[in-house]
Write a protein of this length. Structure first.
Lengths: 270, 301
């Protein structure tokens, strides 16, 4: 496993496109997590300009332990596409340069090749989750009104849940990349599927009252693991925990896309 | 001798097209084995299949007497078609990836780069290399694991004459060190110079399999040129040749057994003719190859 990760890192580390995409992602993570409070302060100043009294966005406890974990993970997951692009780029390059063929000739089995990409996906997910954990701890300690170990740890499981979401999504992008083999087309399809196809189907089915649709659409199912907590600040009821069926759906898609990618590549002539 | 590679009844079909059709052959340890064939005869498909990048339709192959796994491929150095590397990585970075795949130490990288004389440009990106340099880098990469078997597909394709000579010397050196080499090529001259064994493929079917040293055997061919108007007549009257053919200003004689250049020279001299050009021609692989293909066309289908 270390060997496969090492091979993968050697491949992507000097690649400029990969570096640009990955750093864009980490910068976006930082901005979104650190930037909420300045944004609230900006809102507050604007609202005072308009002379609206009694509304102070800065009192929204976005960074309060333990709520912070669900808040930042549900925001951070929106940027998964950026990380997905860097992985699509890495897999489609292997097809367009035909290096996957040379890798197999040199002594990597097709399974090992897929594993090396999946390990890379796992590595990126864990790295993002760890990064988010550190960001959360820092901003939480700055802005939380009440700090104790118990409060910090209370809902911290949202961080590993975030890693799982990201990992499953990245395995999905690997599948798309292996299926399409062309980087730009794969990225286009990924955007189109995630932002248009799923949303249209989801919106229509929800309108018809068919809530089960969330489980059938893979990206929605992944997103659904962590519910968006913000309506609670408008005093609506929100699911602030992870349910077993939703977790099972994510694990199911993880298994499905792994299986489909393996089958696709092992049956294909390189 | 140990069998390095044995292929049994291998077939690969793309729909109705048979890229390889029921191919069986064996390569022994120490052989330098040439796979010949016109373009599209299935050479690269065969090599791709025995390297597990192409899934066969039916049949089997064994490396070192065992079914192939990724670990057997680690003992093989192979290049198929053009050199394939990551264009945005340098020569050294590319070779290090191969080291990790083959599980050999990075120390070998410097050694093989010296071997193919690519030391100076090792820190340049692969995409900046000339075709000859790319070709040499891929030979370096194939040599990384100190392979027991080297597989080369058109190794001198696109090289200049000097590059071809260098690669040929390199192949000779490797062959002399006792390694098994399998070369696919349509350059017959190349195969004749370096190979011990050869086989001929046509449309995926094995149509010949033999030793390169046997190629020259058989009929003696003598080429004659002299200043005589009735040379053709005189040569035919000698009854030493089974066949006389005119090629521009010279005559090619396919000799009957028992006769060679000495006899024909004596005969001409007695007739008052002095030959100004008299050469015994060894049959080339090229001739043999064309004959084999022609036989196949005439007799076969």
């Amino acid at each position: 496993m270390i060997r496969l990760l090492k091979i993968e890192l050697q491949k992507v580390r000097p690649s400029r496109s990969f570096k640009v995409l990955a750093s864009m992602y980490f910068i976006a993570l930082t901005l979104i997590c650190v930037g909420v409070m300045p944004f609230f302060q900006y809102l507050k100043s604007r609202l005072t300009d308009f002379d609206v009294d009694g509304i102070d966005p800065t009192i929204i406890p976005f960074y309060e332990f333990p709520d912070i974990w669900q808040n930042i993970t549900s925001v951070a997951i929106w940027f998964k596409l950026l990380l997905g692009f860097s992985l699509i780029y890495s897999i489609t390059n292997e097809f367009s340069y035909r290096t996957i063929r040379q890798n197999v000739i040199d002594g990597l089995s097709k399974k090992e090749f897929i594993m090396s990409k999946i390990i890379m996906a796992g590595f990126l997910s864990v790295a993002s989750a760890a990064f988010l954990l550190v960001l959360g701890l820092i901003t939480g300690l700055i802005y939380s009104t009440e700090v104790s170990l118990g409060l910090i740890l209370e809902d911290i499981y949202f961080i590993p849940a975030f890693a799982l979401q990201l990992f499953t999504f990245l395995v999905f992008t690997l599948f798309v990349g292996s299926l399409i083999k062309k980087s730009i087309i794969s990225m286009g399809i990924l955007i189109f599927w995630t932002l248009v196809v799923e949303n249209v189907i989801w919106g229509r089915m929800r309108y018809l009252g068919q809530d089960w649709i969330e489980y059938v659409l893979p990206v929605k199912a992944i997103n659904q693991l962590v519910h968006i907590p913000f309506p609670k600040y408008a005093l609506q009821e929100v699911q602030d925990f992870i349910t077993i069926p939703e977790l099972a759906a994510v694990l199911f898609y993880l298994g499905l896309f792994y299986w489909a990618t393996t089958r696709l590549i092992s049956r294909r002539d390189l | 001798m140990d069998t390095v590679l044995s292929i049994k009844n291998l077939s690969k079909h793309y729909g109705r097209i048979k890229a390889i059709d029921n191919l069986s052959l064996e390569v022994k340890k120490g052989n330098v084995y040439g796979i010949l064939g016109p373009n599209g005869s299935g050479k690269t498909t065969t090599l791709g299949t025995i390297l597990s990048v192409i899934n066969q339709t039916s049949g089997d192959f064994e490396w070192f007497g065992k079914p192939a796994t990724q670990n057997t491929r680690k003992r093989i150095g192979a290049i198929l078609e053009h050199p394939i590397f990551y264009p945005y990585l340098t020569g050294v970075q590319n070779l290090k990836i191969v080291c990790d795949i083959k599980e050999v130490s990075y120390d070998r990288v410097e050694e093989v780069l010296k071997l193919v004389d690519l030391d100076e440009r090792k820190e340049s990106k692969f995409k900046t290399y000339s075709l000859g340099m790319k070709q040499r880098l891929s030979i370096a990469s194939a040599m990384l694991c100190d392979p027991e078997v080297l597989i080369l597909d058109e190794p001198t394709n696109g090289l200049d004459p000097q590059g071809i000579a260098e690669i040929r010397d390199l192949i000779m050196d490797i062959a002399n060190s006792g390694k098994t080499i399998i070369i696919a090529s349509h350059l017959l001259d190349e195969v004749q110079k370096v190979c011990t064994h050869f086989c001929v493929l046509q449309r995926g079917v094995l149509i010949h399999d033999g030793l390169v040293e046997d190629v020259g055997k058989g009929d003696v061919i003598v080429e004659v040129r002299a200043d005589a108007d009735n040379l053709l007549e005189i040569l035919e009257q000698s009854e030493m040749a089974s066949h006389v053919k005119r090629e521009l200003d010279k005559y090619t004689l396919t000799m009957k057994s028992g006769f060679a250049s000495k006899e024909i020279n004596e005969y001409l001299f007695k007739q008052g003719i002095v030959a100004k050009h008299l050469i015994v021609k060894v049959k080339t692989l090229e001739k043999q190859f064309l004959e084999i293909l022609a036989e196949q066309k005439g007799g076969g289908k």
